[in-house]
Write a protein that binds this ligand. Sequence first.
Ligand code: FRU
Length: 494
Amino acid sequence: MRQQSSNLLQKARQYEEEKKKNISVEERPVFHVSSPVGWINDPNGFSEYQGEYHLFYQYHPYTNHWGPMHWGHSKTKDFIKWEYLPTALAPDEDYDHAGCFSGSAVEVDGKHLLMYTSVEERELENGEKEVRQRQCIAFGDGVNYEKIEQNPVITADMLPEGSSLVDFRDPKIWREDGKFYAVIGSRHADTSGQIPLFSSEDGMQWKFETILERCKNEYGSMWECPDFFQMGEKHVLIASPQNMVAKELEFHNGNNAIWLVGTYDKEKKQFVRESVKSIDYGLDFYAPQTMETSDGRRIMIAWMQSWDTYMTPADAKWSGMMTVPRELTIKNGKLYQLPVREMEQYYTNTVEMKQISMENETKQFDSIKGRVLDFCVEIEEGEYEQFSIQVAKNDSFYTEISYEPKKQELVFDRTYSGIDRDILCRRAAKVESKNGKIKIRILLDRYSVEIFVNDGETAMSNVIYTKKEAEEITFTCEGKAVFNLKKHEIQIEE
Ligand code: FRU
């Protein structure tokens, strides 16, 4: 292990320390992880270490755009109140000079083991560029991390013949029955994604086991950021496919995140897929990663941004947020996601209203407004054409969530949220209601709107950058409806 922190790491740490001071807490989300300064993408190394939860992320501190990847770092005791830690990894070795790409973490004998993808680029004698992505390890104490001398520990020549030597990234490591396992994003000879499984006795020496699942050019092309875990009787494989093509409301164009639910034969190391679905139906959700807490909960977090629809305002001091961490459960083979229960500790000014009747009108309530809220609208069975909720609203702007029971469609629309670019603003999701009865929970945190329908059956994550003064909320009903409303403000003491 190297003893000295590299210059690149010191530079990033000093830079973020200085710049962070110029960003007030009011300029950030309250309970979502946001970039310390500059750009972040994928969550990495989401893990419990010495009783606290750590989250790293793809990080380029120097601009609001993607650049040579570092690992930024935050930690929390409860998934809601986060603390920044110094940059953990910089691309400071020959083998990772072109970036420390995504990866994951586990605790091993009191040390924090990070497994990440190193990217090396070199020019060949014929002038062509050769790119190699390989898996590497760093050990740390929760603040400082050192890359090991044996790096890289997993290389693409360990894969079946024909697999890409270039696209081989985003290892997700876990421990099971005294061994280490990792799934990694890779590309089959047919040019689309495959998910190899590797195992290790000590976390350092790795062996190829099998190809767990393949895209076969059916769900996008390359599969990035895999994850694999048990939920009840089932196993879940997560992947983030690139270049998907829309299929009704299930998959949209571009980068998606999907979960494949199936069964896993541990002995034969065989995964048998039963269903494939989008994880989130909003505009901003990619590269989710999960961890298991010591009390047995499976928690998922994702990058709350789209690769294609970049909408950070030109004068922003930071770019990129994570979703709220979500607890996953499974019922009848179907996955549900809800914000972590720890959120409830931060509820204040709770307001509950019951049996509000609406008939072809718009209503607004003095006590229901703000930009940092968790509120739930429960519409009872009834005859209505459309029910819509406008949030982050003032005389000029609003963002709308509307539901049409006949179509069974929930639509998120940020067209009038104050965006000054021609980017995608509307997305619809299929949701089920019986005679119009539906539960819509909305989480607002200054720059985001996350929606959870029917206790987490469907989720939609979205970013908005509407000025903070726009904090009104209105409810409009076409037809006749009765609904119940519960609102909590969320407050975190500094
Ligand atoms: C996904 C991704 C990963 C890669 C990282 C680079 O968003 O492309 O596959 O490791 O981002 O920042």
